[in-house]
Design a protein around this ligand. Structure first.
Ligand SMILES: Nc1ncnc2c1ncn2[C@@H]1O[C@H](COP(=O)(O)OP(=O)(O)OP(=O)(O)O)[C@@H](O)[C@H]1O
Ligand SMILES: [Mg+2]
Length: 319
């Protein structure tokens, strides 16, 4: 659905996007992740056919974004960072106006506007002025606008920016509903969000791609250690020492049990080691009752911090 090759964008000599390449397959929800100024918006505007690149190539739904920008625009529903809504229009009136601009007309147009208002939960506010809507509702109107021509690909630039947690959850649920019909590329700097909503994450930093993988793989590859939580019942005084003998266990800490028979232990595990089976074997041979054995992967935030600092080190070494 998206095929980007060595895409570069310079603004007045300043490189905002620096030779990035990536693909998005049909039906995927891919998260563009990166701090302020990473190049997310720049890339998304190029992919939506709204801005030329300096060099490289980009295809969207089989069309070249540079040569066929009109076809690209009809295949893409783009929700910009700050949606330029016409605030003096009413919701339904605005969506009909936008749908007509995108080439819909007559009954088909009216039907489709009704459909997207329903989908985005704005049917109740259809007669309200956009100016009088809350931020969350305006975002929904912008999303309905992006969806109105039933595009194959949705490009959403920080769709949850400025929303409260309840609204964020609603947008996330909406994305899940959309996935059967649309491919989605969304940007955010909220790591937790891509962890929940995306099949794959492309991490951008200073115009370059730091990583491109599933949230789970990214966490698993991290060089920092992971944690395994163990809950067991035993009067064995050697529990900690025995657990620390397992290959890959760097440290075992026992938490105060407050007189309960259950003991809580936290294992810090070297990267690349999977110790849960060993723990289970040890427990059964030592006669401990095991009731919890849980591995906690590091968060995407940890991944990002580690990759970004490694990139900075390389950059520092080169200059
Ligand atoms: N119109 C412009 N003219 C000059 N420089 C620009 C322009 N737009 C963006 N830039 C610069 O390009 C770089 C990338 O900006 P971009 O908006 O793509 O980042 P972003 O990842 O979307 O950031 P944010 O999270 O703040 O939205 C930044 O250094 C920014 O200052
Ligand atoms: Mg941006």
């Amino acid at each position: 659905m998206i095929d980007v090759h060595k895409l570069t964008k310079q603004y007045a000599g300043r490189t905002a996007v620096d030779g990035i390449s990536f693909k998005v397959e049909p039906g995927e929800i891919v998260g563009f992740l990166g701090p302020n100024g990473a190049g997310k918006t720049t890339t998304m505007r190029i992919l939506s056919g709204f801005m030329p690149a300096t060099s490289g190539s980009a295809y969207v739904a089989g069309f070249d974004v540079f040569r066929d920008s009109l076809k690209v625009r009809s295949a893409v529903g783009y929700m910009p960072e700050m949606a330029p809504l016409y605030v003096d229009m009413k919701v339904k009136e605005y969506l009909r106006f936008r749908a007509e601009l995108k080439g819909l007309s007559g009954r088909v147009m009216r039907h489709r506007v009704g459909e997207v208002m329903e989908l985005c939960g704005i049917t109740d506010v259809r007669r309200r002025l956009i100016d009088n809507l809350s931020k969350g509702y305006r975002q929904r109107v912008a999303l309905a606008d992006a969806l109105v021509h039933d595009p194959k690909l949705l490009i959403l630039d920080e769709p949850t920016n400025g929303l409260d947690p309840v609204q964020i959850r609603q947008v996330r649920e909406l994305l899940r509903e959309l996935r059967s019909r649309h491919t989605v590329l969304l940007s955010t700097h909220i790591l937790h969000e891509v962890e929940q909503a995306c099949d794959r994450v492309v991490m951008l930093h200073r115009g370059s791609i730091l990583a491109n993988d599933t949230p789970k793989n990214l966490s698993a590859q991290l060089k920092t250690s992971s944690l395994v939580r163990v809950e067991l019942e035993s009067t064995d005084r050697e529990v900690v020492a025995k657990l620390e003998k397992i290959a890959g266990v760097r440290k075992c800490n026992e938490e105060a049990s407050n007189g309960e028979p259950w003991r809580y232990l936290v294992l810090r595990v070297e990267p690349g080691f999977e110790v849960r089976e060993e723990v289970q074997l040890l427990a059964s041979s030592a006669g401990w009752r095991l009731r919890e054995l849980h591995r906690e992967l590091p968060s995407l935030e940890d991944v990002f911090v580690e990759l970004a600092s490694a990139a900075e080190t390389i950059r520092g070494g080169l200059s």
